[in-house]
Structure formats: structure tokens, C-alpha cells
Design a protein around this ligand. Structure first.
Ligand SMILES: C[S@@+](CC[C@H](N)C(=O)[O-])C[C@H]1O[C@@H](n2cnc3c(N)ncnc32)[C@H](O)[C@@H]1O
Length: 253
């Protein structure tokens, strides 16, 4: 399938959702369409987090053009996929100011989407996460990211520890974010080539990831010390705080 196109007809749309839901951006279904398969398509699209709209026959025909739509069309748009081999070029092109967000095992698509949104707003060089045991970019992530999933360089990597070591060889300093770390985020220099490494919702940073960081820092939480019963921030909140501390330093320094 080409990068960007409309798909029309019950079988074609159902197959696109079944086999390539991540790239189906929107489904339009004829309002009042009687065929029960239209309802099935609506249900499966919604399950994958794809936007579904009921529209009138005229609107549907306008989009489908000469294609036979049978009451349903889908907008298909394959995002650019980034390969880990492109990372070195991205870091080099940043000329000593690379800002990388590294997520170690985020599971919740809403959290990943929110991280990508903040990362895009902060102007990151790339967002990196493992291909395994972590949520990947899907329709829910894309929706939560408000378009950032397609505008930021999102790089799933096979072996996160190896990628971290490769980044260090390129001169990237890796800060691991951990609530129990001794040093504060606000006392470190985030202006150069920097990787900000955050852990997943349940387990935080994995042992090897933690060991591969150059330095661990915390985000001070006065409320936790005051007995508020909160032990950590949500990962997307922590990512936002950390990224925008880097932005603050880069803008003012
Ligand atoms: C929900 S927390 C994980 C909590 C997990 N139980 C743990 O022990 O780390 C997700 C990630 O957000 C970051 N994070 C949350 N609160 C933080 C804080 N106060 N200081 C530094 N990083 C924090 C860390 O990278 C953490 O791995």
C-alpha cells in the first residue's frame, strides 16, 4: 500500500484494520448504513483506537471518488519509520546539542503518547525505546501524542543497553531519572549532548539500564517527604519535567 491513500469497501477496510491498524488513521462509515459488517468494522476500529465518524452518503462518495465504497472508507497513512542506524547521524547533526528521551519499558500507550507530545514540544532529537517488552507506536499512542508520533524521530531499538553504550561513544551523557537518586535534576548541566533515561510504570529503570547511565538524578518531590503518600511521578509527567528543565537551561544558558 502507498504511504497515503483512501481505502474503500467493506473487505478492503476490514483487512486494513485487521493487518495494519496502526496506519489506519480514520474510518468513515455511512450514517444509517444497514449492512451489519459496517457495525463490525466500527467496533474493531474503535477497539484499535482508530477515529470513527458516521457521515452521509454524499460525503462518503466525495472521499471515495471513483472507488466503490459500500458504506465505508478508511484513511491510510504509513508513518515514516526510523531505524536505529539513523541515530548516529541524528546525534551528529545536532552538533553537540542532541537531546534524547530514552524510555525503558513504558507499557501504557497513553503514557507513551504523552511522552512523545512533550518530547516534540521540547524539540528532542529522538525518542528511543526497546522493541520488546514496551508499548510501540499504535493508534492510541498516535492519538494521545496529538500528532507528535509522526513528527518526532521515534526509534525502537533491539538492545537498549547496547544503544546506550553506542550513544556514550558518540559523546552523549546519559542521565537516569530515579526517585531514590542522591543528586537533583536541578543541579546538573543538560545543555550538551544529553540522553534522559526514564523507567516504566511498574519497575522503573531496569538494572542494566540503570548501570549504563552515567549519572542518576531525582526530581525533588517535597510532597513525598511531607508524607503525602506519593512515591513517584507518572512517567510522562517525569518526562515533561525533565525535558523542560533541559529546555530551560538551553534557552537561558
Ligand atoms: C512511575 S515511575 C516508576 C516507579 C517505580 N516503582 C520505581 O521504583 O522506579 C516511572 C519513571 O518515572 C521517573 N520518575 C518518576 N518519579 C521520579 C522522581 N521523583 N525522580 C526521578 N524520576 C522519577 C523514573 O524514571 C521512573 O522510572
Amino acid at each position: 500500500m502507498s504511504q497515503k491513500q483512501w481505502i474503500a469497501g467493506i473487505n478492503a477496510v476490514a483487512a486494513a484494520i485487521e493487518h495494519d491498524a496502526d496506519n489506519v488513521r480514520e474510518v468513515l462509515i455511512e450514517a444509517g448504513g444497514k449492512n451489519p459488517r459496517l457495525t463490525e468494522i466500527e467496533g474493531s476500529a474503535r477497539r484499535f483506537g482508530i477515529d470513527v465518524r458516521r457521515v452521509n452518503q454524499q460525503a462518503l462518495s466525495g472521499v471515495a471518488g471513483s472507488l466503490r465504497h459500500q458504506g465505508v472508507v478508511a484513511r491510510y497513512e504509513a508513518a515514516k519509520t526510523w531505524d536505529e542506524n539513523e541515530l548516529e547521524d541524528l546525534v551528529t547533526a545536532a552538533e553537540g546539542r542532541a537531546l534524547l528521551l530514552i524510555l525503558d519499558g513504558v507499557q501504557d500507550p497513553h503514557n507513551l503518547g504523552a511522552c512523545l507530545r512533550s518530547a516534540a514540544a521540547a524539540g528532542v532529537t529522538a525518542v528511543i525505546f526497546p522493541k520488546d517488552k514496551a508499548v510501540q507506536v499504535n493508534a492510541t499512542v498516535r492519538k494521545t501524542s496529538a500528532g507528535a508520533a509522526d513528527s518526532v524521530a521515534v526509534i525502537p531499538v533491539t538492545n537498549l543497553a547496547r544503544t546506550m553504550r553506542d550513544l556514550q561513544k558518540l559523546g552523549v551523557w546519559l542521565y537516569g531519572l530515579a526517585g531514590e537518586a542522591k543528586g537533583s535534576l536541578y543541579n546538573v548541566d543538560l545543555r550538551g549532548n544529553v540522553g534522559l533515561v526514564l523507567g516504566g510504570e511498574g519497575d522503573g529503570l531496569r538494572r542494566l539500564t540503570r548501570e549504563n547511565c552515567d549519572q542518576l538524578v531525582n526530581i525533588p518531590m517535597p510532597g513525598a517527604d511531607g508524607g503525602a503518600g506519593v512515591e513517584s511521578l507518572n512517567v510522562s509527567v517525569a518526562a515533561g519535567v525533565t525535558l523542560f528543565e533541559a529546555v530551560r537551561q538551553r534557552v537561558t544558558g
